[in-house]
Design a protein around this ligand. Structure first.
Ligand code: CA
Length: 227
């Protein structure tokens, strides 16, 4: 599960990420609204936690624009304010839930569990594309009778590609989503893992391929026949 956290109070943002990471979620963080919105629109997230009062673009504007763009990713708004008008405004803008700061760790986790449960297909234990099935629990990638185990980074790259199969993902997108703030990772790391995955997909005799779009990035394509 990949969760986007947008909060300009860095200590709080980092604390939220730590709580979520400790509970087994993968997180990405943005400290202002404009960056948060850019991440939100380029990302494959299972849920987003957005502060309302943000520099650049506030949380309510972010969720409103996402919904206008057809993005239905579950969103929880955070705010220190308790005014009912804010709550109603946030829910009207298209947020799924609302949490007032400060909060207990347990409340955050319970709400995130509820939030991610709401989004039907995201709770499935597998992702599918063409003839490929990725088991989200065991990290096995299967095609018919054949299967291959994916390392944790291979799994994250494959899962990211499968979650947005029609979108071209740049190397930078994959770096951000899979490696996050790991400063050691470079675009070469992305290329290496794409190459590992291609070998495994080839071994599986799948009709799916990871296509390189020059200067743009990668996308899954279903060629619809077994090679
Ligand atoms: Ca704030």
């Amino acid at each position: 599960m990949n969760i986007l956290v947008v909060e300009d109070e860095r200590n709080l943002a980092d604390a939220i990420c730590k709580i979520l990471e400790d509970a087994g979620y993968h997180t990405e963080v943005a400290y202002d609204g404009a960056t948060g919105y850019r991440f939100a629109t380029s990302g494959a997230y299972d849920a987003m936690i957005l502060d309302i009062m943000l520099p650049g673009k506030d949380g309510m504007e972010i969720v409103r624009d996402l919904r206008h763009g057809g993005d239905s990713t579950p969103v929880m708004l955070l705010t220190a304010r308790t005014a009912t008008s804010d709550k109603v405004g946030g829910l009207d803008a298209g947020a799924d839930d609302y949490m007032t700061k400060p909060f207990e760790n347990e409340e955050l986790l319970a709400r995130v569990r509820a939030l991610t449960r709401r989004s039907g297909d995201l709770m499935l234990d597998e992702a599918k594309f063409g003839d490929l099935v990725l088991d989200l629990t065991t990290h096995d990638l299967a095609c018919g009778e054949r299967s291959a185990h994916l390392s944790s980074k291979e799994f994250e790259v494959m899962r990211t590609l499968m979650m947005s199969p029609t979108r071209v993902l740049s190397k930078q997108d994959l770096l951000t989503r899979v490696w996050g703030s790991d400063a050691e990772a470079t675009e070469n790391s992305v290329e290496a893992y794409i190459s590992f995955l291609r070998k495994k997909i080839h071994y599986l005799h799948s009709g799916v391929q990871i296509t390189t779009l020059r200067m743009l990035g990668y996308r899954l394509e279903d060629l619809g026949h077994v090679r």
